[in-house]
Design a protein around this ligand. Structure first.
Ligand SMILES: Cc1cc2nc3c(=O)[nH]c(=O)nc-3n(C[C@H](O)[C@H](O)[C@H](O)COP(=O)(O)O)c2cc1C
Length: 387
């Protein structure tokens, strides 16, 4: 493919170049994948108001997220196993984000460790934590994040237990991949991926192996994950974790106005309206459909971000116009990474930036910070009446 103009182009290359189990891991939702599908199709229902003869010179996509300057309000979402999509994937994505001027969020379940990413970047990044039962391990994670100069933590609240993704079970997902007849047959068709992977030592869960008690052997990781996640999590524990960190906190996985109010009460710096990209509760409504109600409830009390379903700069513009101060992309940059490594992540950011900038201009606006509901045509009943 010579000319890449869309995220869909990157997705096709990602599929071709990356082993099936990792491509499928990224391209899956849980169970029937209804929420996964609707995250994108609901964006398509919202249309744009064409405005003309408005001075469109000197446009600006720069803004701020949690007080940090961003070249556009689009952060890279935390994505587990990123270093399996392309060797040293987290380092590549973090570098692309830094050069572009947008935040990078490192997942707890990353292949490259917090220290690896810190060593290969110059600006602070954000670190995502899952809520684990082991206090000692959480404290050490926070210490490591502080030592790496992470400027915020993102606490993910919608994964106390994993939503089932059928393909991962059928493919026998693991990091590194286990050699079965079917995985070997597929790996044999991904030689450049394999050669790059052989040249890095980063092939295990870098934040965990060697740091969590009893996880010297990576093959024990899946059972560790099942045991370690805190199913008894409640808002008191969230408050405790926020105190333990002591710095800026973004609470991720809010999809209900009542939960948004609780996040406000705890004094979080921002919330992410998110259903984990349709990977957790299948049957939940899309993030973009839930955004208006959450904005009406807490929009004047806390900074609201959104993810799940963003595949273009137009989607970003729609979320911002409905009131989000920032957005995140997950699969859109993973498609870029799997397609072309660091260059592919940069390409994904460029595609989204260009779409955002041009769309903004054609809607008669010059500054992302001025986007509002007037830019959109939202069909009657879009939020729906769900009881
Ligand atoms: C392959 C994959 C792995 C993910 N891993 C994590 C993770 O480790 N931690 C987390 O908080 N969210 C994780 N997410 C969710 C993303 O942070 C984000 O909410 C989601 O990707 C947004 O939807 P989108 O992919 O449609 O942009 C993951 C998403 C994907 C696609």
């Amino acid at each position: 493919m010579s000319v890449i103009t869309t995220i869909a182009d990157l997705k096709r290359l990602h599929k071709r170049r990356t082993p099936r189990m990792f491509y499928d891991y990224a391209e899956s939702g849980s169970w029937t994948e209804q929420t996964f599908r609707e995250n994108t199709s609901d964006f398509d229902q919202i249309r744009l108001r064409q405005r003309i003869a408005v001075d469109m010179t000197n446009r600006n996509t720069a803004s701020q997220m949690i007080g940090e300057d961003v070249a556009m309000p689009v952060a890279l979402a935390p994505v587990g196993l990123t270093g399996m999509q392309s060797a040293d994937g987290e380092i590549k994505a973090a570098r692309a984000a830094e050069k572009f001027g947008v935040p990078f969020t490192l997942s707890t379940m990353s292949i490259c460790s917090i220290e690896d990413v810190a060593e290969h970047t110059t600006k602070p990044f954000w670190f995502q934590v899952y809520t684990l039962r082991d206090d000692d391990f959480m404290k050490r994670l926070f210490d490591r994040a502080r030592a790496a100069k992470c400027s915020a933590i993102v606490i993910t609240l919608d994964l106390q237990i994993m939503g089932q993704r059928h393909k991962d079970l059928k493919n026998g997902l693991s990091a590194p991949p286990k050699f079965t007849l079917s995985s070997m047959a597929n790996l044999a068709t991904k030689v450049p991926w394999g050669l790059e992977m052989l040249q890095t030592k980063r092939r295990f869960f870098g934040n965990i192996v060697g740091h969590a008690a009893g996880v010297e052997d990576p093959s024990s990781l899946s059972s560790w994950t099942a045991e370690a996640f805190d199913q008894s999590l409640d808002w008191d524990r969230v408050a405790e974790l926020m105190k333990m960190w002591g710095g800026k906190v973004i609470l991720k996985g809010i999809l209900d106005a009542e939960d948004a109010k609780k996040a406000v009460a705890l004094g979080a710096d921002a919330i992410v309206v998110s259903n984990h990209g349709g990977r957790q509760l299948d049957g939940a409504l899309s993030s973009i459909r839930m955004l208006p109600e959450i904005m009406d409830t807490v929009g004047d009390k806390i900074e609201v971000h959104l993810d799940s379903g963003i595949r273009s700069g137009q989607d970003v513009l729609k979320a911002l116009s409905l009131g989000a101060k920032g957005t995140y992309i997950g699969r859109a940059y993973i498609n870029g990474l799997g397609a072309m490594g660091e260059k592919g992540v940069t390409k994904a950011l460029e595609v989204i930036h260009k779409e955002l900038d041009t769309t903004m201009a054609l809607c008669g606006r010059r500054d992302v910070k001025t986007l509002d509901r007037d830019v959109l045509l939202v069909p009657e009943g879009f939020a729906g009446k769900w009881e």
